[in-house]
Design a binder for this molecule. Structure first.
Ligand SMILES: [Zn+2]
Length: 256
């Protein structure tokens, strides 16, 4: 395998070969440069979930992995625009789509910069996965760094918008993060791309629903893996829907 060292993908940036296929299967799939052209002819292109992975690893489960799902250790991040539903009743639709695009673009850039994938986009919200298919041992830390970038970049972009009404507060983003075991795979007969499911995903989503604008709520499991990043964060006890025990979340607020 000596020949592969020269094509091994580098971290971040514009990878020449798919980092997902490389990390999961050790197979080099060209996604940039002249070698990528014949692949493109067969419909294998860069994934919309992350431009450093390809559409093969998006759909690899049934054909490549020979199973419909796998267990993996991952960090799940949810983010959404706080107060968006309230706002959407009062401003024009064209303005709403402008706000959603700003938010989704800023979030995707921040998530990709830390090797996560934007797995689902739900209007004014999204779900990201870290440590699959691109492997990052420091996935908890990578997710928190992405969240800090999300908060910084969204505050700039959304804070600049003139929302019209007097007394209208600038829009902010809430983020929830949790790390643990998830099931990753295809769970639908009519969609061929993968997602993650399980208690870890649910807790991340519940944390996000409790985050105020500008806040990143991190579970104790994620905080414990994130070293100094969460060490000084304040603790907050939360009672979360569908989760029996109260959760002591860490509240990370962006630094200017
Ligand atoms: Zn791939």
């Amino acid at each position: 395998m000596a020949a592969t060292s020269s094509i091994e993908p580098h971290s971040g940036g514009d990878a020449r070969i798919c980092r997902g296929c490389w990390d999961q299967m050790h197979v080099p799939i060209p996604i940039r440069g002249p070698l990528a052209l014949p692949f493109r002819a067969f419909g294998i292109t860069r994934s919309k979930m992350n431009p450093n992975i390809c559409t093969i690893c998006e759909r690899s489960f049934r054909y490549v992995k020979k199973q419909s799902h796998v267990a993996a250790s991952a960090t799940i991040l949810f983010a959404d625009i706080r107060g968006f539903t309230h706002l959407s009743e009062r401003i024009e639709r064209v303005r709403l789509s402008e706000i959603v695009s700003l938010f989704q673009d800023r979030c995707a850039q921040a998530i990709w910069a830390h090797d996560g994938i934007v797995n689902k986009q739900m209007g004014d919200g999204l779900m990201a996965i870290f440590n699959f298919p691109i492997v990052r041992k420091d996935h908890a830390e990578a997710a928190i760094r992405a969240a800090l970038d999300i908060q910084r970049h969204c505050a700039e972009a959304l804070g600049r918008l003139d929302l019209g009404g007097p007394g209208e507060r600038p829009l902010g983003v809430g983020v929830g993060i949790h790390s643990g075991e998830v099931e990753i795979g295809e769970f639908s007969s009519f969609r061929s791309d993968f997602t993650a499911i399980g208690g870890t995903v649910n807790l991340a989503s519940r944390l996000e629903s409790q985050a105020e604008a500008g806040e990143i709520l991190v579970s104790p499991e994620t905080a414990a893996q994130a070293g100094t990043l969460a060490a000084e964060a304040a603790a907050r006890m939360l009672t979360l829907k569908g989760i029996d025990q109260p959760v002591e979340a860490r509240v990370i607020v962006k630094r200017d």
